[in-house]
Write a protein that binds this ligand. Sequence first.
Ligand code: NAD
Length: 435
Amino acid sequence: MAIATAEIKKETKKVPLRGMMDNVMEQFDSAADQINLHPNIRKILSITNNEIIVNFPVKMDNGEVEIFTGYRVQHNNALGPYKGGLRYHPTVDIDAARALAMWMTWKTSLAGLPYGGGKGGIKLDPSKYSQAELERITRRFTFALADNIGPEHDIPAPDVNTNSQTMAWMADTYMSTRPPAERTANQHVVTGKPAGSGGLEGRDRATGYGVYLSIKFWSEKNNKPLDGKKFIVQGFGNVGYWAAYFLEKDGAKMVAVQDAFGSIQNQKGISVEDLFNYVQLNDGSIADYPKAKPVLDKDKFFTLNCDICIPAALGNQITKENAPRIKARLIAEGANGPTNVEGEKILLERGITIIPDILCNSGGVVGSYFEWLQNRNGELWQLDEVMAKLDKKLKESFDKVYDYAKRESLDMRTAAYCLAIERIERAYIQRGIFP
Ligand code: NAD
């Protein structure tokens, strides 16, 4: 293949390796070695296409103006428009956005979607702002991003601390800045909107449902019925709650939960709905839930007694510090990048299976794809139709990864990466490099 890539991105800096980037690059390199990835394509995929940083002013409730920094990193669009969430969190920076954008490229490729990968967000602690301030911050961020996003170019979605309301504000702002006749044709600039505003029925549960399905598919293949199995969840937000909801419906028992405010356990079982109702009345926090005991040392959370562990909060949570003492036999990665490379090595040596993030939490982006299609085609899909389509798509992905891993004697993460990268490599080989 005659692909000369040396000049393609000379204006883009080589990505520095730090934190989450270390993790994603090590995972990428190991899969690239495994499939003997063409060196020119390795160069392309090792760096991001575009990195947008915007500083923008917002009027606060007290009349003062505050300046915010927002990010959007577009990693690769060989397979279609950039796709990925926006996160509002103090840890958001350019490195986190780069790593998360790369993960999105692998995730959309593995899921067989016509998308590339992007990610971004704003560095802020949303709990410090009023709802009216968050609305103005979101609208001004959307305005600052301007044509760097677009329904056929880069399509954001919710992530940590952003939700369907955030997406409704973004869609409204983006559409309002278009010429009148084009406004409604731009509704699919973001996904994860409320069902009444172009959102997909069931998008709220799509990621957690996918986490549950991955666990169910693995259990079926390994003859380990879910009934009576104990699970622990880190993060009781969108992903953690819905994963727990479906697992409990299938007979599994939630025995411990950790969120940003505390950790609780009850080996007899914690009712998912009861905890959810408590959290609604307790400012979003599980702390002091009366029907469980607090886990005083939060670092011991992952080592609690259970069969299945679901990290569904932030990255880099399972490391060499806690991996040797983890009791679960199955880790289902609801979050992006919750297990670092050193932690993973220890888990694999101990014979613990990891269903990797790019497979396990891909229900979210598949749901987003359905929403995008629905908006693009002017359709409205019913909930049962959405869930059945999700089930089918996720089963295909799961089987592909599981069978590849078995055939090549690989762990599931490396298998998932190999499949994802091979699909992008094929596209580059078919198309060549412009000019
Ligand atoms: P969310 O904001 O709804 O919930 C996050 C949860 O994590 C909250 O319960 C919060 O209290 C908890 N948390 C935050 N910091 C914590 C800490 N230091 N220790 C323990 N818990 C902490 O977010 P979400 O949408 O559920 O996303 C969770 C993870 O799943 C993220 O890694 C996100 O990137 C990933 N993800 C989300 C989606 C989606 O569709 N929402 C899709 C794919 C991946």
